[in-house]
Design a protein around this ligand. Structure first.
Ligand code: COA
Length: 206
């Protein structure tokens, strides 16, 4: 498994494009982003928040916010998608993921701010997550969504995910994708760095 350099998380940032071609930066969240991230969740429509957290929630409870803003291999990672608005970095999306080395799975959830939905950011972020999963050495990625969440189901279908029942909750549908695409085709900094490190690691014979 690739180990991340926690003292230099900026190097894993990527620039994606919206459908219109606007640059969208995807970077790991930092503790200093806590207030902005909370504002982002508060600003989502109640429907989007409901879909994101699979239930009603007006904002993130403090311990959950702390969890979101402190990335770690044990508890998971949060990335934020940001754009420049009038010279200010503004959060327009986020994703949270965790890699489970025991079964090679990479679980994630994501959201895009309501005014930015339908701009191609969700699908660009999903491709980016696939590349980040490949950098960990993951074999498959998956998420769970409410059966009623047609937007997420359509996005997952379009992105090549297959659907199964959630083993624990009939209200949820699980979307899963094997990581078969060569990550070079969907480049991300995490993958490039992992590939460079692998090339530098001497192979020990025997
Ligand atoms: C689901 C979500 C992430 C999609 O992100 P997005 O940036 O709006 O999606 P995109 O613009 O990249 O759309 C990609 C594809 O998804 C599907 N899609 C997106 N929004 C849709 C909608 N409202 N209805 C139907 N299909 C939709 C379409 O197939 C679309 O492709 P198309 O525009 O070529 O038809 C976003 O709607 C969202 O954040 N929802 C609230 C939170 C949530 O539901 N999270 C999922 C929990 S895991």
């Amino acid at each position: 498994m690739t180990r991340l350099r926690f003292d230099d998380l900026k190097q894993y940032s990527d620039v994606l494009r919206s459908r219109r071609g606007d640059p969208i930066t995807v970077r790991f969240v930092e503790p200093r982003d806590a207030e902005e991230l909370q504002n982002y969740f508060r600003s989502l429509s109640s429907r989007s928040r409901y879909n994101r957290f699979l239930g009603a929630m007006s904002e993130l409870p403090k311990p959950v916010l702390d969890n979101f803003t402190h990335v770690s291999e044990r508890d998971g990672f949060t990335v934020i998608a940001t754009v420049q608005v009038d010279g200010f970095e503004t959060i327009v999306g986020e994703a949270r993921y965790i890699f489970n080395p025991a079964d090679g799975s990479f679980e994630f959830g994501l959201s895009i701010e309501d005014r930015w939905q339908g701009s191609g950011i969700g699908s660009a972020l999903l491709k980016n997550l696939e590349c980040r999963a490949a950098a960990f050495g993951a074999e498959r990625l998956f998420g769970d969504t409410l059966r009623s969440n047609q937007s997420m189901i359509a996005l997952a279908r379009k992105s090549g995910f297959a659907f199964t029942k959630n083993p624990d909750d009939w209200k949820l549908v699980r979307f899963t994708k094997e990581i078969a695409v060569a990550p070079e085709e969907i480049p991300c900094a995490s993958w490039r760095i992992a590939a460079q490190n692998a090339a530098l690691t001497p192979v020990v014979a025997g």
